[in-house]
Each structure stands twice: as C-alpha cells, then as structure tokens.
Design a protein around this ligand. Structure first.
Ligand SMILES: Nc1ncnc2c1ncn2[C@@H]1O[C@H](COP(=O)(O)O)[C@@H](OP(=O)(O)O)[C@H]1O
Ligand SMILES: [Mg+2]
Length: 345
C-alpha cells in the first residue's frame, strides 16, 4: 500500500479489510459448533469467536502500524494464543484508499492514534443465535438444556425470531485521535446471509468531515422510535425509556447494531441509561454516527473521551440520535434525578 496515502485513510482502509476477515472467523467458529463460552463477569460472556477475531484484528493492524495503541475488549492473559497465518490481513479497501483526508487529520502520527476493538459486539445474541442454526429440533432442545444464557422465555422467542439475532452481531473497529472518535468500521458478518449463499456480510465505515460508506443512510422514521438493549435492562433503563413518549421501542443486541438501526432509518434515538457499555462498544459507532450528522454522548449529554488512559467502562450510559435536535429532545426528557443517580454510581 502506498505510504503517500495519508495515515488515517490507510488505517481506515486496513480496518475495513480486517473487519471482514474477522467476520469470517466469527462465522467459521459458529459453523464448527464449538463456541467455547466463558463468563468473564456477571452478564458478560466471551466465546472462541471473540478471542480469535480479536487476535486476527490486533495482529494484522499492529504488524502494519506498530506504534498505534490498539485496545481490545478481549485483552487479557488468556487471549494470547497463536495467530494463524491466514488471519493476517494486510489488504486495504480500495474505495476507502481513494478518500480525501480531513484537513484536521493531515499531519497526525501513529503515536497520536488509539484504536478501540470490539471483535464481536452482541455476544449474547451470537450465542443465542447459535441455537437456531441447529436444524434438528432435538439437537436444538439439547443445546438449550446445556446453554448457560437462555431462559425458557428466551428459547420460545428465539424459535419465533428465525435467526434474527445473528444479524445483531457486529465487529467494531473505532479510531480515535486526541481522545475523539474520528473514524470507524462496523462489519455485520450475518447481514441477510444466514442460510443463504451470500457469506460476506456487509461493512459500513465513517470518516469525520467525509461521511459514511458501505451503504446509504436513510432518513429517520416519522414517529419517535427508540432502540435499546434486549439483554441488559434494569428498572432505571426502563424508566428512561418510559419518559421518552416513543411510538415504538425496539430491543436489540449490541451497540453497533443499534447505531446501524439509527443510520438505516429504523429508529431515531438509542437510549441506554445504565453502565455496561465500554469504550470499544461506542468508539466506532460514535465515529460513524457523527460522520453521518448524528450525535452520541452519555445520558448527561457529555462526550466520552477515547484516550488510552481513559477508564474502559462508559459508566453514565449511552444516548445517541440521528441528529442534534432529536438528541436534545431525548436529553431533556430524562429526569434530573435519574441523571444524578447514574452520575453518582
Ligand atoms: N450490564 C452489562 N454487563 C456487561 N456488559 C454490558 C452490560 N450492558 C451492556 N453491556 C455490553 O455493551 C454491549 C451492548 O449491550 P446491549 O446489547 O445490551 O445493548 C455488549 O457488548 P458485547 O456483546 O461486545 O459484550 C454488552 O456486553
Ligand atoms: Mg460490545
């Protein structure tokens, strides 16, 4: 790849390519059927797909950009296994390589960049989606009985969802400069492809000042439709949803997929009044949403910072909208006492 292409554009082009490779790893682990589920903390799971996809992304990017600080969700001593040679991806997306470099980012160096990687956002949905790939009802039932995450209520809703949960799964690569998300990639390994011949998924990218690519954003719905968590709710999360006066509430998995719903015109605001999301969940979605004219902050309306020394948890929740007016509307609806409760947690 030519080094005459500005660094941020090259890095985004590499991230688009490696996100697609990581997405294939996510599908391959699922096809083999051994997910290797580990509970890292309460309600926080990891699978072989999370571990392998992260090793692929970090090894590929750090071999090309050795001075960039890359932080991944699965950074821990248990995830230091081998990287297969065919995971190493040094390709770069050709369309992205032709982008203009935003004026503000022209002189930056590798040392100024922090990359936040979530190799598999929507892990709950990935493990529950696995159940639906078992075509034999007896196999499915056996898997349910030994599955650590699925209650009978969820099992029944899974049966109705026809593989839908796997579409919530995304690979997220967020690029920040001077603590601000400036570019990002959301790859959806199962976009419209479960059970079909199309096995490539889709990749959406965004770059500050330039815009988004990989799909065409749609205008917001005519009425207020909110998107929120389906697997990490609690009474405060529900209270913040109630006060929105929304015509519909969509409950889906993953921060990446919720922001895709905003960009696709399926929802207009993403409300999650709880700790739980981390910097790797929001960096790429925030960069892409901002590049499309939207806004992502915490529930108090403050921006998260993405420097390497920032705490990983987004303790004060997530509030995102397709434009500043809708963000402002949602921010004003959240009662002060609820904001204080989160701020003082
Ligand atoms: N209470 C909680 N505990 C652990 N992780 C949480 C959480 N609430 C949100 N998250 C994390 O934030 C991301 C989006 O959550 P949700 O789907 O509930 O909106 C998920 O990332 P991962 O799937 O990458 O772990 C999820 O694990
Ligand atoms: Mg995540």
């Amino acid at each position: 790849m030519s080094t005459s292409v500005p660094l941020i554009v090259r890095l985004l082009a590499s991230s688009v390519s490696v996100a697609g490779r990581a997405g294939k790893i996510v599908r391959d682990v699922m096809s083999k059927g051994e997910l290797g589920i580990v509970e890292k903390a309460k309600d926080d799971y990891q699978t072989e797909a999370d571990r392998s996809a992260q090793r692929c992304i970090i090894a590929s990017l750090s071999s090309q950009y050795p001075k960039i600080n890359i932080i991944g969700e699965e950074d821990n001593p248990d995830n230091e296994g081998d990287v297969c040679s065919d995971w190493l991806t040094i390709d770069a997306d050709k369309e992205v390589l032709c982008l203009e470099c935003p004026s503000e980012l022209q002189g930056i160096k590798e040392e100024d960049i922090v990359v936040w990687v979530d190799p598999l956002d929507g892990t709950s949905e990935y493990t529950q989606g696995a159940l639906m790939l078992k075509r034999d009802p007896w196999e499915r039932w056996k898997m349910y009985l030994t599955h650590p995450l699925i209650s009978i209520k969820w099992y029944l809703s899974l049966l109705q969802s026809h593989y839908g949960f796997l579409e919530h799964v995304t690979v997220l690569i967020g690029i920040s400069v001077n603590e601000k998300p400036v570019a990002g990639v959301i790859h959806q390994p199962y976009y419209k492809n479960v059970g079909s011949e199309n096995k490539t998924g889709r990749t959406i990218w965004g770059l500050q000042e330039i815009g988004v690519g990989g799909f065409t954003p749609a205008p917001p719905p005519n009425s207020l439709i909110i998107t929120t968590t389906r697997s990490h709710s609690n009474p405060v999360v529900e209270k913040a949803l109630q006060v929105m006066n929304a015509s519909q509430i969509l409950r889906v998995g993953g921060a990446g997929f919720k922001v895709l719903q905003l960009l696709e015109g399926k929802a207009s605001v993403y409300v999650f009044a709880s700790p739980g999301c981390k910097k790797w969940d929001t960096c790429a979605p925030e960069a892409i949403l901002s590049a499309a004219g939207g806004k992502l902050t915490d529930i108090l309306g403050h921006n998260y910072k993405y420097g390497a020394s920032e705490p990983r948890p987004n303790k004060t929740g997530v509030l995102a909208a397709v434009n500043a007016d809708l963000h402002n509307y949602a921010l004003n609806r959240i009662p002060q006492e609820l904001k204080e409760k989160l701020a003082n947690k």
